[in-house]
Design a protein around this ligand. Structure first.
Ligand SMILES: Cc1cc2nc3c(=O)[nH]c(=O)nc-3n(C[C@H](O)[C@H](O)[C@H](O)COP(=O)(O)O)c2cc1C
Length: 192
């Protein structure tokens, strides 16, 4: 097999096969949402995650003010909405959400945070203030307070995407407008 040397500045693309997510939040009556590919689990207990969110994103401004946000995992047939949310800013277009076709709901335990209809998983997160990261990076870290998953894609504590049609698959984003749906499962015994 030939191997290609690539620019280290592009190395994140190699690692970036976790799910594309939508981050949504609301603050003082302003609700916004944006797609985000750079997200990573950091720990189990307490459950923590990291996200890289550029400072130009209006969603980030609202996340920092509110301190709470929802991370959700959309599916392939929501791609038009995802692209619409990710190619314009609420700061420029007050109708961004309505025009994107995004449908929102919430549940009692979600503290009024907007949840994306049609997504397959939702994580309610609280920002963990970190002065170093704030000064030196675009990274945010957060604690996952609650999580929900669509029962048709979850079985016995794990994703179960075996019978998931491609249009209902979570997405991987590798930049350049290229997305993948989830591939075939390979199962290995005795690993948790
Ligand atoms: C597929 C996709 C993935 C994206 N991933 C990220 C990301 O990981 N981090 C980020 O800061 N912006 C990311 N963006 C860009 C934001 O979603 C975009 O700047 C958005 O318009 C911000 O909207 P807002 O200003 O209304 O919050 C992505 C956009 C797309 C379309």
């Amino acid at each position: 097999m030939a191997i290609l040397s690539i620019d280290p500045d592009r190395a994140a693309r190699l690692l970036n096969i976790g799910p594309l997510v939508i981050v949504s939040t609301t603050y003082q009556g302003i609700t916004n949402a944006m797609p985000l590919a750079w997200i990573c689990p950091m720990g189990y207990n307490p459950a923590t995650i990291s996200l890289v969110m550029n400072r130009g994103a209006y969603t980030r401004v609202l996340v920092e003010k509110s301190g709470h946000f929802m991370v959700q995992i959309p599916v392939a047939d929501q791609l038009d909405t995802i692209i619409s949310l990710g190619t314009q800013s609420l700061a420029d277009n007050p109708n961004k959400l309505a025009e994107s076709g995004l449908e929102l709901f919430t549940v009692e335990e979600a503290r009024g945070l907007p949840m994306m209809q049609g997504a397959v998983a939702w994580l309610l997160c609280s920002l963990i203030p970190d002065q170093y990261l704030n000064e030196h990076s675009n990274m945010l870290i957060a604690r996952v307070e609650q999580a929900w998953v669509a029962e048709e894609v979850f079985d016995n504590g794990y994703w179960d995407l075996d019978n998931c049609p491609p249009e209902k698959s979570p997405l991987h984003y590798v930049a350049g407008g290229k997305f993948y749906t989830v591939g075939k499962k390979i199962e290995v015994a005795n690993l948790d």
